[in-house]
Design a protein around this ligand. Structure first.
Ligand SMILES: Cc1cc2nc3c(=O)[nH]c(=O)nc-3n(C[C@H](O)[C@H](O)[C@H](O)COP(=O)(O)O)c2cc1C
Length: 370
């Protein structure tokens, strides 16, 4: 594309309204859904990398306020309550775009020490009728050095930036704790938090590190600095296991929990399922963690798993959650999910005569009305 045509497209797109943005994403989706999911994902990232200006005009910032929509959970403060979950920008390639969009948080990764290919393709499947995805990626990524370089080149002052870390496929059980410690060492100075991913179903044996002794070993191996450590857990845990994990986090001074990763549904095939088919399971785990950590002022919590509308976001706030992430709804709805949440918050702020979201979500009359 010539510079002149880019300018023309950019000017045209800058005239678009939010509803047009929605239509624009729907058109884009119709084309993208004709492709294999991973190919579509790669083209999208390439388009966001190479046509930065066009992408920015196509999708205007969700909001322009630093305070109106901000929420806190423990040590984390986001300028908008919804962020992007791990796995979407594995290699920190499009931080600038999400920074421009002003999502609350972006979790890059999962990053492993060495670059790796991940599992054989195909490894992402769509289930449009159930608004769900299944993936068996196995942490394909460019490795920590390259990703750190990408991170250093990006701007993210409006974003809460998380770095999600994991082990390489061939790393032995004995060496795993040291690997997490070294990744924390590499990234802590460039992130607002580091997420210990021990819950992906696509790396053999990874979920076993959710067991108390193994998780303690990882947390104890880390030479913790100021950057908070959050532990990302699976939805396929018993109540006892969840209680144990929370206790291990408290005992070892972890700063928070992210719940949840994808769920295993054997009848659907290998990998982990996300989106609507995960919502209920994930919500139950979130509910239990929130109730076990209630009153712990400095303990952060990020809810993730099947959020697809504002009613669910409200239900999450009602339960005591504050910050949340999406992945699958970003595939099915695009930035529209964020615009919609913002629009609903604005409506409620007027209706209940509040200036700030922080105030609004403490009002029982707002939370009870659906
Ligand atoms: C294609 C794909 C890749 C993912 N990769 C990662 C990953 O690398 N690390 C991670 O912690 N979670 C990963 N996830 C899980 C998401 O971060 C999120 O926890 C999960 O999808 C539930 O949220 P959702 O229902 O909004 O998608 C991935 C999910 C999908 C769909």
């Amino acid at each position: 594309m010539t510079e002149c045509s880019i300018n023309f497209v950019s000017c045209f797109l800058s005239l678009l309204h939010y509803d047009d943005v929605m239509n624009f994403y729907q058109i884009f989706k119709t084309l993208a859904f004709k492709l294999d999911p991973e190919v579509a994902h790669e083209y999208t990232l390439k388009a966001l990398e190479n046509f930065k200006q066009v992408s920015k005009w196509s999708f205007p910032p969700i909001h322009t306020s630093l305070k109106k929509y901000s929420l806190k959970s423990g040590l984390l403060k986001w300028n908008f309550p919804v962020g992007i979950a791990a796995g979407l920008d594995k290699d920190a390639r499009v931080i600038d775009f999400f920074h421009h969009l002003k999502v609350g948080g972006l979790e890059i990764g999962t990053v492993t020490p060495k670059a790796q290919q991940g599992n054989p393709k195909p490894r992402i499947w769509r289930y449009p009728e159930q608004m769900s995805l299944r993936n068996a990626m196995g942490f394909p990524n460019e490795g920590s050095s390259r990703i750190l370089e990408n991170l250093k080149k990006s701007s993210h002052s409006h974003l809460c930036l998380g770095v999600n870390i994991g082990k390489n496929k061939e790393t032995s059980v004995e060496k795993t704790a040291a690997e997490y410690a070294s990744l924390y060492e590499t990234f802590h100075a460039y992130a607002n938090y580091v997420a210990i991913n021990i819950s992906s179903p696509n790396t053999t044996g990874l979920r076993e590190f959710q067991e108390a002794k193994a998780l303690s070993a990882i947390l104890q191996a880390i030479d913790k600095k100021e950057t908070p450590i959050l532990v990302k857990i699976a939805p396929d845990l018993s109540e006892n296991q969840i209680s144990e994990i929370v206790k291990v986090c408290f005992d070892n001074k972890a700063d928070g929990i992210i719940a949840t990763n994808t769920t295993k549904i054997e009848s659907m095939g290998p990998g982990g399922v996300s989106g609507r088919l995960l919502t209920e399971k994930s919500f139950k785990v979130q509910e239990q963690v929130l109730s076990l950590t209630k009153g712990e002022e400095n303990f952060s919590f990020i809810g993730v798993g099947g959020f697809e509308n504002f009613e669910q976001v409200k239900a999450y706030w009602k339960m005591g959650g504050r910050l949340l992430q999406i992945y699958t709804s970003f595939v099915y709805q695009g930035p529209q999910f964020f615009y919609q949440v913002k629009k609903e918050i604005d409506k409620a702020l007027i209706q209940y005569q509040c200036n700030y979201l922080e105030e609004l979500i403490t009002l029982p009359e707002f939370l009870k009305k659906s």
